[in-house]
Design a protein around this ligand. Structure first.
Ligand SMILES: [Zn+2]
Length: 317
């Protein structure tokens, strides 16, 4: 089978490897789609330092069950599935334990039914403490922020404010359920949120960028006793926080990430159920598809090139 090996900074090489042998509780999946996650681009670009090349990354695969181990009972050959895996998703095949496999209905497209990022959103929203009727600010309307806005709608927020630097993303945020959008490059986001909330601040503020400045905005626009949700992936060391404000406002701070595979898989099931009911939509979110041998182009587009309208790259081996 063909698999993308990260052999150095910004350098994937397509290798040929034997198809993995299966243990009795394992499932072999023919990968049809694997999302390019921002965390993968950090590994690729050297933002996360890697010393042990080659690395086989890619943790957002979906595909078709090719073979099952003799003790596997919950899935069958030819089932459409998405899986939880730590890596190896940029390949023709990936093998995973049966427990990490979630079936997807055949009418869903593989490039939309990416279990891992969907689960990340579901679990983040579940931890966010958003209550019926809340005013929620989401800062960062990239792929994950866009998913989170939909989760916020489902959770019953009465007012959703979306903040980003790109108008095209804010336009999409509106379609997905944001009531008010703010381009923080052109407008004073803090002042606007305070006006919208009558000087009080928002009940819940979600930082979905992994950057310092949005974290500061979040601190300023969350209300006293409000909840600040860190949903962005912060990499490369430390951030500074305005502890005096956190302290004085008596904030609840939620780092809304999950690492437990079981919780991930549970989030996947919930997310795929929402997707199949049409309550979660991927329209406009999956913008760029690449065959496996163009994986370096996919990563260039996801980082340096950023073509107009870019939201999410997916590798289709
Ligand atoms: Zn991911």
């Amino acid at each position: 089978m063909r698999i993308a090996a990260l052999r150095g900074v910004k350098n994937f090489v397509i290798e040929s490897q034997p198809i993995p042998k299966l243990g009795s509780n394992e499932v072999l999946v023919r990968v049809k789609a694997c999302g390019v996650c921002t965390s993968d681009t950090y590994t690729w670009s050297g933002k996360i330092e890697v010393t042990d090349f080659p690395r086989y990354i890619g943790h957002e695969p979906s595909g078709v069950v090719e073979r099952i181990g003799e003790c596997v009972t919950s899935v069958n050959v030819n089932d459409h599935v998405t899986v939880w895996t730590e890596g190896g998703g940029y390949a023709e095949y990936v093998k995973v334990p049966e427990d990490y496999v979630v079936k997807i209905p055949k009418e869903l497209r593989f490039e939309e039914a990416l279990g891992e990022p969907i689960a990340c959103m579901v679990n983040g929203v579940r931890r966010s403490r958003i209550k019926l009727g809340d005013t929620v600010v989401v800062i960062g309307c990239g792929f994950m922020g866009s998913l989170f806005i939909q989760g916020t709608v489902l959770r019953g927020a009465s007012k959703i404010v979306a903040i980003d630097l790109l108008d095209e993303r804010l336009e999409l945020a509106r379609k997905l359920g944001a009531d008010i959008t703010i381009n923080s490059g052109e407008e004073d986001a803090v002042k606007m949120v305070m006006e919208i909330t009558g000087g009080k601040g928002a009940d819940v503020v979600v930082e979905a960028t992994g950057e310092q400045r949005p974290l500061d905005i979040a601190t300023e626009v969350v209300k006293i006793r409000g909840t600040l949700v860190v949903f962005g992936y912060h990499v490369g060391g430390r951030r500074s926080v305005d502890m005096a404000s956190w302290n004085w406002k008596g904030l609840d701070i939620v780092s809304a990430h999950e690492r437990d595979p079981k919780i991930y898989v549970e989030g996947m099931r919930a997310g795929i159920a929402l997707l199949s009911k049409g309550r979660l939509k991927m329209n406009g979110l999956i913008t760029h598809l690449y065959p496996l041998d163009q994986i370096n182009d996919a990563f260039m587009d996801a980082t340096e090139h950023r073509p107009r309208g870019f939201m999410k790259a997916v590798i289709t081996p």
